[in-house]
Design a protein around this ligand. Structure first.
Ligand SMILES: Nc1ncnc2c1ncn2[C@@H]1O[C@H](COP(=O)(O)OP(=O)(O)OP(=O)(O)O)[C@@H](O)[C@H]1O
Ligand SMILES: [Mg+2]
Length: 348
């Protein structure tokens, strides 16, 4: 690991966390360049939150090392804490207070005097499109509004490193876009962002580099483009006029694209993965040729879509199996009350 912390926001080597018999994090190596958005992509139970909690000094690692801006997360926890902020997977603002009250209260706790706290709260509410909702209790907010107020709370003091743990899970597309814009604005101010997500497209939109984690291990790392090209060119989804033509369509697509074709739950639909192909013909052209062949074979296609590879496809390509949630050996709800041992163990 480098001595200086100005180049790498995060460096970990062989990071381990066990819960009972389970290795939730099983030797994670990460190198996150300062000033970038770094994506940690993985399915339920992969170890994303556990990794983030160790990096944010909320949980003590059982093995390996982690540095944040060159500071050890255990030996120099105080220093690390002064430079990071965490927006958890579950909202942490007070439901009974209004958005404005929450932000003002937290700003006061951070040491801002009342006028400055009020001013900062107003500024953030405006920036996050929450001015009209400022005086409503948070319990009456939509999921998207709540997530925005949560992120606002975590950047009251501009942190050098912001952890965003699944910031858009459960949000509608419009709210997701708003959160994405916020992330871009935060990074433009010089903050490094480590973002966990279950969505490849989210990591693709925001992150300069992505680590894919599965069962507590990094199974792939690279730019979004590198990951996607290792997976293939995406997929073509076809919706037929008649369900009894599906078998014929499957045979044509499989032969034409040289790939497996999956029958979807909808009896009219099927999906074919487009294999990576280094010929000059792009995925759209290959898909169009296959659709032409369906038409020539008398199969009526009502609709089709050319899709980017999904996390499921990344997983299938990397591990040979779908991205199934890890089999938990204990309680899985991270919101549940923590055991005494866990409480004591938290470095914070
Ligand atoms: N405090 C805990 N006690 C026992 N097991 C835990 C604890 N925290 C996490 N685990 C287990 O460790 C594994 C990794 O959990 P973690 O919350 O880090 O996953 P995740 O990638 O954040 O998943 P999700 O996408 O569902 O948030 C899971 O199998 C989980 O059940
Ligand atoms: Mg999590």
């Amino acid at each position: 690991m480098s001595e200086r912390g100005d180049e790498w926001a995060i460096e970990t080597s062989g990071l381990v966390k066990t819960f009972g018999a389970q290795r939730a994090v099983n030797g994670v190596d990460l190198a996150v360049p300062a000033g970038t958005v770094y994506g940690v992509l993985g399915p339920n139970g992969a170890g994303k939150t556990t990794t983030v909690r160790m990096l944010a000094t909320l949980l003590r690692p059982d093995g390996g090392e982690a540095r944040v801006f060159g500071h050890d997360v255990v030996a120099e926890a105080e220093l690390v804490r002064s430079r990071v902020s965490l927006t958890g997977q579950y909202a942490s603002v007070d439901e009974d207070l209004t958005g404005a009250e929450n932000l003002i209260l937290l700003a006061r706790l951070l040491g801002h005097r009342k006028p400055a706290a009020r001013q900062r709260a107003e500024q953030l509410l405006a920036a996050f499109g929450l001015t009209a909702a400022a005086d409503k209790q948070v319990k009456n907010y939509s999921g998207g509004m709540r997530r925005r107020v949560d992120i606002a709370a975590s950047i009251l003091n501009t942190p050098d490193l912001l952890f965003l743990d699944e910031p858009t899970t459960g949000l509608d597309p419009r709210s997701r876009n708003q959160v994405w814009d916020i992330v871009r604005a935060v990074v433009a101010q010089g903050t490094t962002v480590l973002l966990t997500t279950q969505y490849l497209d989210e990591a693709d939109q925001l992150a300069g580099r992505i680590a894919v984690i599965d069962a507590g291990r990094v199974i792939a790392e690279g730019t979004p483009g590198e990951l996607k090209s290792s997976v293939g060119a995406g997929s073509v989804r076809v919706r037929l006029r008649a369900a009894d033509q599906r078998e014929a369509a499957r045979r044509v697509l499989a032969a034409r694209l040289g790939t497996e074709v999956q029958l979807d739950a909808d009896p009219l639909s099927l999906t074919a993965r487009l294999p990576a192909d280094d010929t000059a013909r792009g995925p759209a052209e290959r898909a169009a040729a296959a659709l032409g062949e369906l038409a020539a074979g008398g199969v009526t296609v009502d609709d089709f879509a050319l899709g980017q590879p999904s996390l499921d496809e990344v997983f299938l390509a990397l591990t040979g199996r779908p991205a199934e949630p890890a089999r938990p050996t204990g309680p899985t709800d991270p919101d549940r009350p923590r055991s005494d041992n866990e409480q004591k163990e938290a470095v914070a």
